[in-house]
Design a protein around this ligand. Structure first.
Ligand code: PMP
Length: 393
C-alpha cells in the first residue's frame, strides 16, 4: 500500500494513545471475564424513549434526506435560546452551527482558528482526544501544566509562560478528567490572558448541566469574550445521546459562516431525524436532564463517603462531570502501573491519569458509570488495594 499521510500517522504524537487499559478491559469482557468497567464516559442508562420516539416519528415522516448544512432552524434556535439563558449573551441561530457531536465541533473549531503549524494551547490534564484532534486540524498542541494541589485549575503564570505565539486556548469546564468546575476568578484570569494575547478561546462545555458543587459559568459571558470565544456543546452527556452524535458550536456570526463552509465540504450536515430528536430533547425541559444526571450526583456522594474513610488515596473534589480523579501516589506506583495492577488483581478497569497528560501522573480517573452498589464495592476494593500498596511502599 502507498504511504499514509504524515498528518494521520502522527496523530497520536510519540506516546501511546492512553487507551491500553481500556482495550485490555474490553478484551477481558469479550473473553467472558467479569470486569467492572470504570473507564469511559458512557452513561449506564440509555437515551430516553420519548426522544427515540421523536427520532422515529421524524424519520417515518420523511426527514431522511439531506438536512440543511448549518442545522435545522428549530434546533439552531433552541441552542441559541439555551446558551443565551445560561450566559446572558444575546445569541441567535446565526451564532450556531449544528455538528455531528462535540468531538467534530472541537475539530472544526480548531480548523477555523488555527492555521497550519500554529500552536494551540490545552490545559493538562486534558480529555484524551484533545492532542490528536488539534493535530488533525494541523495545529501543534502545547500543554499548560496544572497541579493536583491546585485542584488542577490553570494558574496565570503557567498560562502566560505557554502562550507565546499561540492561536488558541482550549478549556473544559466542568472538566473531564478532573471534575473541576472553574470558578469565576479562574475564568476572568483566562479571559484576561486570552484578550492580552489576542487569542481565541475554545470553551468545551459538554458537561454544562452536570454540576454538583458551585455553578457553571460560560467564559463567553465575560465582557469582551463573546467575540473571541467558540463554545462547544453536545447532547451526549446532558441527554444520554452519545450514540446520536449531535452537538454544536456557538460563536461570532462571521466565524459560524466560515464554519458552515467547512461543514459543507466535510460533514455536509447532521441527519434531520437526529436533529428533530435533539429539538424534542431540548424542549423536554430540565427535569429530563436532571434525571440523566441523577446517578452521577448520587455516586459522587457515595465516592465522597467511601474516600473519607481512608487515607491511601486522595480524592480531587469532583464538582462536576461523571468522574472522580484519585491521587494514588502514596502507593509508590504510576497511575498506569496502578491501573494495570488493579485490572489484573481485582478485575476493575480505571483510566491511568497519564492518559490525560503529565499533570495527572500518579492519578487514576474513575468513571461513575456502573450502578450504585457495584460502584461502591469497586471503589472500596480500589481503596483497599491502594492501602495495601501504600503500607508496603
Ligand atoms: N469533550 C469532552 C470533555 C468529553 O469528555 C467528550 C466525550 N467524552 C467530548 C468532548 C465529545 O463528546 P461528543 O462528541 O460525544 O459530543
Amino acid at each position: 500500500m502507498p504511504a499514509l499521510s504524515q498528518r494521520i500517522t502522527t496523530l497520536n504524537g510519540d506516546g501511546s494513545d492512553g487507551w491500553d487499559v481500556f482495550y485490555r478491559a474490553r478484551a477481558m469482557l469479550d473473553a467472558g471475564e467479569d470486569v467492572t468497567e470504570l473507564t469511559i464516559g458512557e452513561h449506564d442508562i440509555r437515551t430516553d424513549p420519548s426522544i427515540l420516539r421523536a427520532m422515529h416519528d421524524s424519520a417515518m415522516g420523511g426527514h431522511t434526506g439531506y438536512a440543511i448544512v448549518p442545522g435545522v432552524s428549530a434546533l439552531r434556535d433552541k441552542v441559541a435560546a439555551r446558551v443565551q439563558a445560561q450566559s446572558g449573551v444575546p445569541t441567535t441561530r446565526d451564532n450556531v452551527l449544528v455538528t455531528p457531536g462535540g468531538q467534530a465541533a472541537l475539530f472544526a473549531a480548531h480548523m477555523a482558528v488555527c492555521s497550519q503549524g500554529d500552536a494551540a494551547l490545552i490545559v493538562d490534564p486534558y480529555y484524551a482526544t484533545y492532542p490528536g484532534t488539534l493535530r488533525a486540524a494541523g495545529a501543534v498542541p502545547r500543554a499548560v501544566p496544572t497541579r493536583s494541589a491546585h485542584g488542577f485549575l490553570p494558574q496565570r503564570e503557567a498560562l502566560e509562560a505557554a502562550c507565546d505565539g499561540a492561536a488558541s486556548l482550549l478549556i473544559n469546564t466542568p472538566n473531564n478528567p478532573t471534575g473541576a468546575v472553574y470558578p469565576r476568578e479562574t475564568l476572568e484570569m483566562i479571559a484576561d490572558v486570552v484578550r492580552n494575547q489576542d487569542m481565541w478561546l475554545i470553551s468545551d462545555e459538554v458537561y454544562d448541566v452536570q454540576v454538583w458543587d458551585g455553578t457553571h459559568l460560560s467564559p463567553r459571558a465575560i465582557p469582551g469574550m463573546a467575540e473571541r470565544t467558540l463554545v462547544i456543546g453536545s447532547m451526549s452527556k446532558s441527554h444520554a445521546m452519545t450514540g446520536s452524535r449531535i452537538g454544536w458550536i456557538v460563536g461570532p456570526e462571521a466565524a459560524i459562516e466560515a464554519l458552515i463552509d467547512l461543514a459543507t465540504n466535510t460533514t455536509y450536515g447532521v441527519p434531520g431525524y437526529i436533529q428533530d430528536a435533539a429539538v424534542f430533547g431540548l424542549q423536554s425541559g430540565l427535569d429530563l436532564e436532571a434525571e440523566v444526571a441523577a446517578p452521577f450526583r448520587r455516586r459522587r456522594e457515595i465516592a465522597a463517603r467511601v474516600l473519607a474513610e481512608q487515607s491511601a488515596v486522595r480524592a480531587i473534589p469532583a464538582q462536576g462531570a461523571m468522574y472522580v480523579m484519585l491521587d494514588v501516589r502514596a502507593t509508590g506506583l504510576s497511575g498506569e502501573a496502578f491501573a494495570n495492577a488493579l485490572l489484573e488483581t481485582h478485575r476493575i478497569a480505571v483510566m491511568p491519569g497519564e492518559s490525560f497528560g503529565q499533570s495527572a501522573a500518579g492519578h487514576v480517573r474513575v468513571a461513575m458509570t456502573v450502578e450504585d452498589a457495584r460502584f461502591e464495592a469497586a471503589l472500596r476494593q480500589l481503596c483497599g488495594f491502594a492501602s495495601g500498596l501504600a503500607k508496603a511502599a
